[in-house]
Design a protein around this ligand. Structure first.
Ligand code: SF4
Length: 247
């Protein structure tokens, strides 16, 4: 893993999902094969494969401390094009420092991650006026997870982390995107651990080669997404969990 410390020029960027996005890192060690953020590599000058490099925005907390004073308060999405709790965060704590600044200044934020490392910062989350945590979970089948998300934490660890956050009174959601084989069982697994769920199909083609190599082309088909989306919607409704299918 090639790690580089860099100085960013600004840290709160415009977002189409929330008011702002904050990415403490460029690149992501979780190395998901389907990752839509791979386009970021173009802007880095890195020759390594996606998942084999990360740039650490070492001055992110200082920038944020200044920007929250100057910019209009709005919801911040952490992160968007990297996982804010990828393994490097253990050492650098850039995400943690940024969360503290947002919480102290009363800014709302939404974390999206695949890592239970977020639990380290639970006290900051509890102290914030408006914090929510989303986990991306694409399958309940650990074999499928290992194929498509080789560097990310196991599914059960994510579900356990959600349970801890939810029972601590922190708003939680799950993003099932892209729906992978084995996602059908998630409605039962997530019962009592999330406030709401979003579901989306595969929208990018970075992982086509892996589906083909594994003889899983059937899981790239419109029929698979429609059928599984329907089953999930029904399952979550049955468990009393609000669910939105985005396709
Ligand atoms: S965790 Fe998210 S940003 Fe990181 S590689 Fe996976 S999909 Fe991409």
């Amino acid at each position: 893993m090639k790690i580089r410390e860099i100085e960013a020029k600004s840290i709160l960027s415009k977002s189409q999902v929330y008011d702002y996005a904050l990415n403490p890192y460029v690149g992501c060690a979780h190395a998901c094969v389907y990752c839509y953020a791979k386009f970021m590599k173009r802007f880095t000058g890195h020759a390594e494969r996606w998942g084999d490099f990360a740039d650490v925005k070492i001055n992110a907390p200082e920038l944020l401390a200044r920007e929250v004073k100057k910019k209009k308060t709005g919801r911040v999405w952490i992160s968007g094009v990297c996982d804010p709790y990828q393994p490097l965060e253990k050492r650098y704590m850039i995400t943690k420092k940024c969360l503290s600044i947002l919480a102290e200044n009363g800014w709302p934020f939404t974390i999206q991650t695949k890592s239970p490392l977020v639990l380290r910062d639970i006290e900051i989350l509890k102290s914030a006026d408006d914090a929510e945590v989303g986990f991306t979970i694409t399958t309940a089948d650990e074999k499928v997870r290992r194929l498509f998300e080789p560097g990310a934490p196991p599914v059960q660890k994510r579900i356990e982390a959600l349970a801890v956050l939810h029972s601590a009174g922190i708003r939680t959601f799950v993003m099932i995107a892209p729906i992978l084989p084995g996602a059908e069982d998630l409605a039962v697994e997530l019962k009592g651990k999330v406030d709401n769920v979003f579901i989306d199909r595969l929208n990018y083609h970075y992982a086509d080669w892996l589906y083909k190599k594994q003889g899983m082309q059937w899981a790239m088909d419109d029929g698979f997404f429609l059928q599984t989306g329907k089953e999930l919607l029904k399952g979550f409704k049955k468990e009393g969990i609000e669910c939105q299918v985005l396709f």
